[in-house]
Design a protein around this ligand. Structure first.
Ligand code: 6PG
Length: 472
């Protein structure tokens, strides 16, 4: 019996929020979850939206509740659970039906699932959904990959439920099969980097300047009124201001400093390196989470490894820290967009970088005021496609780079770790060095492996005078 317009499988935090969002936009949603209690709980708490939510006992019942051509959204954990549900759905669906994966799937899985489903006459859409549960409920940013026709069939729903930036829906069809999930992966890579540089600034204020969390909250709150205005800075100010209801202590001081990760940051780095790109700031952020999780080793090392002058009085000004964060954020975005550009070439996706920046301006975790300038740079004055060479960002970097240098220098002398900020500075100093030091590496490679090198004054490939003729 037809009871709904579309289906949704996976009623966890994200699934529940998205189901309510879809229902609020006038659609009846058939719901199934491995543990049906989650569906019951959602319907019980849905208020006047409950009548639009249809509890289905089985996947088969969910399929039967939707008219063809069907659209079924999956919000189950990435990896094997997605394949398990797809396997269950395939024999139940009809030619022309669409499965939409809204999880943080590896884009390579999305590419192969698309092929598998298209081979049996079904359509597949991989959508990256950003904004956490609040975003999913009130309006996420949605990055879609699939055929244009499949996207068009669901676009009205996605546009209705997405975040709006000055009326513009933050959703776009970005390319075929895995393009949407790839863009979401890089979004998360930038998210990791931005969170890490923010955490480093917090660490410098806490351990370098001796500020309490509530005092640091005030600094972040003031930064959120300037060039750093963004969701992540706002969130940071709020969490730093929170008190633990149990002890009355600053909440952040009660939290164990071990961060997990589900994979997207790591995938960004892996894919970047596969394509011959650097993602050094994102890599530093992933590495920082890895070391954070090795707390027992850090506790063992703390009294054994020589400290580096934490007592050294090098003041780090709030102004310099703000500059450091501005540069770190510009360069994290720049690295992310270089990876997207490389993937666009590698997979022939024709990614519209300006549009990607546009749909990140609302709803998603990395939304920030800076994205407006990034959109403008991509649309107007970009030099050779590199964000850091646009007139606007040259000026931003010029104004702020000295602050980042002072912050990284002070942190190094005090022995306070700033892996992402230091990576940002090194990347900046490398990219602006017209003559680097790989002449020596070329010489070494030629010395031990006869790899040859190019000369600055002649064409062709050459060898150095390292070995006597009799050695060769
Ligand atoms: C978002 C977030 C969201 C989540 C990721 C990252 O855009 O809404 O990126 O998808 O935070 O799962 O999680 P980890 O930090 O656990 O890798």
């Amino acid at each position: 019996m037809i009871q709904a317009n579309m289906g949704l499988i996976g009623v966890g935090t994200m699934g529940s929020a998205l189901a309510l969002n879809i229902a609020e936009h006038g659609h009846d949603v058939a719901l199934w979850n491995l543990d049906l209690a989650a569906v019951d709980g959602l319907i019980a708490s849905a208020g006047n939206l409950a009548s639009r939510l249809v509890r289905c006992e089985t996947v088969k019942a969910l399929v039967a509740a939707i008219p063809t051509p069907r659209a079924i959204i999956l919000l189950v954990p990435a990896g094997a659970p997605v394949d398990i549900i797809i396997d269950e759905l395939i024999p139940l669906l009809s030619v022309g039906d669409t499965i939409i994966d809204g999880g943080n799937s590896d884009f390579r899985d999305t590419v192969s699932r698309t092929k598998r489903l298209e081979a049996v006459g079904l359509a597949y859409l991989g959508i990256g959904v950003s904004g956490g549960s609040e975003g999913a409920r009130r309006g996420p940013s949605i990055m879609a990959g699939g055929t244009a026709a499949t996207y068009a069939s669901i676009a009205p729903v996605l546009e209705a439920i997405s975040a709006k930036y000055l009326g513009d829906p933050c959703v776009a069809h970005l390319g075929p099969d895995g393009a949407g999930h790839f863009v979401k992966t890089v979004h998360n890579g930038i998210e990791y980097a931005d969170m890490q540089i923010i955490a480093e600034a917090y660490g410098l204020m806490r351990d370098g300047s001796g500020l309490a969390a509530s005092e640091i909250a005030a600094v972040f709150r003031s930064w959120n009124r300037g060039a750093l205005e963004s969701y992540l800075i706002e969130v940071t100010a709020e969490v730093l201001a929170a008190k633990d209801p149990t002890t009355g202590e600053e909440m952040v001081d009660m939290i164990v400093d071990q961060a997990g990760q589900k994979g997207t940051g790591r995938w960004t780095v892996i894919e970047a390196i596969r394509m011959g790109q650097t993602a050094s700031i994102i890599e530093a952020a992933v590495g920082a989470r890895v070391l954070s999780s090795q707390k027992a080793t850090r506790e063992l090392a703390a009294p054994l490894l020589v400290p580096a002058g934490t007592d050294i009085m090098i003041p780090i000004s709030e102004q310099d820290l703000q500059s450091a964060l501005i540069v770190g954020r510009v360069l994290a975005y720049a690295q992310g967009f270089r990876i997207l550009n490389a993937a666009s070439d590698e997979f022939d996706w024709s990614l519209d970088l300006a549009r990607i920046a546009e749909i990140w301006r609302a709803g998603c975790i990395i939304r920030s005021a800076m994205l407006d300038d990034i959109v403008a740079a991509f649309r107007t004055d970009l030099h050779e496609g590199h964000l850091v060479l646009s007139e606007h960002f040259i000026n931003v970097l010029t104004r702020n780079i000295a602050g980042l240098r002072r912050v990284v220098s002070a942190a190094v002398l005090k022995g306070l770790p700033v892996p992402a900020l230091a990576a940002a500075l090194s990347w900046f100093d490398t990219i602006r060095q017209a003559r680097g030091t790989t002449d020596l590496i070329q010489a070494q490679r030629d010395y031990f492996g006869a790899h040859s090198f190019q000369r600055i004054d002649a064409n062709g490939s050459h060898h150095g005078p390292w070995h006597s003729t009799s050695d060769v």
